[in-house]
Design a protein around this ligand. Structure first.
Ligand code: PBG
Length: 331
């Protein structure tokens, strides 16, 4: 047992009043910590609420511009855009992903045109575009093929870079995609387009509400995404994923989901000198809101505490649906 220094040491002294708590706080939140994920749909003047994510909905591009303005006004440095592709445009190969005129490219061009200083992050993965909801291409047996998927992901990344996306975020978990995208960006004169890889992305049940939001996933059978997303049992493997992505040219990495994986964020930030972001995913947002709606949790308090926990674990920033609300509170 360690020696007690009581009463010379009373740890409660520096907790006794607000001013001293503020003075000794080891971590804090700022609007600059947030990346705000937003869902985009076709049409004009449309806002479609997502039932499982209170306060979150899909915006048509004109409405998205209003949200982008809000981000700028609140000091949120970047937004992450996700498209809800009309069912009629989904195919087995997800070729709509590489259509330069698709919804997401249009959204990127419009937001960049209106607010050039606002950072834009875009996912690279096929799930918003495939009729089966997987992030990659399937062979005859239903296996998700790696290398052919990477080829189309590279083309998807190219269309996003051409549209003006600042940060490419491969969320597909194929092997080798970061290096292939980096090679394309270098060869195509996009040396400053950044890559934030979903490096340690787990096969998680916490993505449910997101899949409702983009209309993907209900048809995933069998192993779901377990043959490419990580096993929640593993943590050493997350470090290998991060090492691979860094060596392939990632500028930043991400751990996802967030709160159940704080240990992974801490291990990654302890092991590598690279900005590591946390994604507080849809299911985490849904869970906190559902309990708050029942009056079982204090919404503001759990919002703030959950976000601060990411900073304490070492995250450089957080993708969170709470971004505008938390930024407002911090203003
Ligand atoms: C697409 C993607 C997903 C999320 C972000 N990008 C879902 C998935 O992999 O099935 C989840 C985000 C969230 O739940 O908030 N690959």
């Amino acid at each position: 047992m360690t020696e007690s220094h009581f009463p010379y040491q009373r740890l409660r002294r520096t907790r006794s009043t607000r001013f001293i708590r503020d003075m000794v706080a080891e971590n804090s939140l700022s609007p600059a910590d947030f990346i705000w994920p937003l869902f985009v749909c076709e049409g004009t003047n449309i806002y479609e609420p997502i039932a499982s994510m209170p306060g979150v909905g899909r915006h048509s591009i004109d409405k998205l511009i209003e949200q982008a303005k809000r981000a700028v006004q609140l000091g949120i440095p970047a937004i992450a855009l996700f498209p809800k592709t009309p069912e009629a445009l989904k195919t087995a190969n997800g070729t709509e992903a590489v259509n330069k005129g698709n919804l997401i490219c249009e959204a990127v061009r419009e937001v960049k045109g209106a607010f050039p200083e606002l950072g834009i992050v875009c996912d690279v993965a096929l799930d918003p575009y495939t009729d089966h909801g997987h992030d990659g291409l399937l062979d005859e047996t239903g296996h998700i093929v790696n290398d052919a998927t990477v080829e189309i992901l590279v083309e998807q990344a190219r269309t996003l870079a051409e549209a003006g996306c600042d940060i490419i975020a491969p969320s597909d978990m194929m092997d080798g995609r970061v290096g292939a995208i980096r090679d394309m960006l270098e060869a195509s004169n996009f040396p400053n387009v950044m890559i934030m890889s979903y490096a340690a992305k787990y096969a998680s049940a916490f993505y449910g509400p997101f899949r409702d939001a983009v209309g993907a996933g209900s048809k995933l059978g069998g192993d779901g995404k377990k043959t490419y997303q990580m096993d929640p049992a593993n943590s050493d493997e997350a470090l290998r994923e991060v090492a691979a992505d860094i060596s392939e040219g990632a500028d930043m990495v991400m751990v996802k989901p967030g709160m159940p994986y704080l240990d992974i964020i801490q291990r990654v930030t302890d092991s590598y000198n690279i900005p590591c972001f946390a994604y507080q995913v849809s299911g985490e947002y849904a869970m906190l809101n559902a309990a708050a709606e029942k009056g079982w949790l204090d919404r503001n308090a759990v919002m703030q505490e959950s976000l601060l926990a990411f900073k304490r674990a070492g995250a450089a920033g957080i993708l969170t649906y709470f971004a505008p609300e938390m930024a407002e509170k911090l203003a």
